[in-house]
Design a binder for this molecule. Structure first.
Ligand code: CP
Length: 305
């Protein structure tokens, strides 16, 4: 694994290694690097959780974060993403974290850059570190994936989270189901669709998605209340979930749209737990990539195993 740009081509073994490393870091921490290492976070699209948790993860690992801000950089003078990335590589960065509004842009950049590139979300493409923190959250709950029924519910067509999670969960042996408003279905994903009532009643994990308004060409005429009633997680539907089933959402949450406001922090919600897990998940990814490049921790998970 030279870069971390997609979950699609990772094997079950590679996924489980990353999940277990993140779980171990979560429980036991990890010694910071003894060597000076720089990383740059290039966000060409807004972010709160991903950007901030990468910074927390980098500081916990002892990585020095280059203070790159797109709005205050030469990107504003027309410098391309490739030239920006090559510049940071030339200055000594050992790692780039990149978010971009266009699908596949980060994968293409990774093919041209010698240092590891992490996809922090690319358009409707993939969001692999969000997926890893989601997998960690499910693993903490069930300690397995085989046979688990996971429903990914909402704006499937415009969601990079849906894509990464569907591929990875299927590789890990989970039964993946999708549930969506008909015009937000994505037929390129080879997973069966359930209606929302069937999804909430039959699945162990109900993973809701944010409505990606910024990627919609046509604005829906449906009100927020109508969307919640027809396609979202209402209190009445939550009452019909299996007793052990959990609720997930990558956030930001449109409260009262994808999910009733009072359910966001209910007993079965793992939404804020997912955010906390983002730090260990991102520490695990960066640790693996840096190890591959010969930059190791004193007490790495592999040595402890
Ligand atoms: N879940 C997620 O990617 O959130 P941000 O857009 O705030 O990073």
């Amino acid at each position: 694994m030279k870069h971390f740009v997609s979950m699609k081509n990772l094997s079950e073994h590679e996924l489980l290694q990353l999940i277990k490393l993140a779980d171990d870091i979560n429980q036991n921490g990890i010694e910071p690097l003894q060597k000076q290492v720089f990383a740059a976070n290039l966000f060409f699209e807004p972010s709160t959780r991903t950007k901030m948790s990468f910074i927390v993860a980098q500081r916990k690992l002892g990585i020095e974060v280059l203070d790159f801000m797109t709005d205050a950089s030469s990107v504003q003078k027309g410098e391309s993403m490739y030239d920006t990335a090559k510049t940071l590589e030339s200055l000594g960065a050992s790692l780039l974290v990149v978010r971009h509004p266009e699908d596949n842009t980060v994968q293409q950049l990774a093919e041209q850059i010698n240092i590891p590139v992490i996809n922090a979300g690319d358009g409707k493409g993939e969001h692999p570190t969000q997926c890893l923190l989601d997998l960690l959250t499910i693993y903490q709950e069930y300690r397995k994936f085989t046979g688990l029924k996971v429903a990914i519910v909402g704006d499937i067509k415009h969601s990079r989270v849906a894509r990464s999670n569907a591929y990875a969960l299927a590789t890990l042996g989970a039964e993946v189901y999708l549930s969506s408003k008909p015009d937000w279905q994505d037929d390129s994903l080879p997973f069966p669709y359930l209606d929302i009532d069937e999804a909430v009643e039959s699945c162990d994990v109900v993973m809701l998605l944010r409505i990606q308004h910024e990627r919609h060409e046509d604005q829906s005429t449906m009100t927020k209340e109508e969307y919640l009633e027809n396609y979202g997680l209402t209190i009445e539907r939550e009452n019909r979930m299996k007793s052990h089933a959990i609720i997930m959402h990558p956030a930001p949450v449109n409260r009262g749209v994808e999910i009733d406001d009072v359910l966001v922090e209910c007993k079965r919600s793992r939404i804020f737990k997912q955010m906390s897990n983002g730090v260990a998940a991102r520490m695990a990814v960066m640790t693996k990539l840096l190890e591959k490049g010969g930059i190791k921790h004193e007490n790495s998970f592999n040595q402890r195993e």
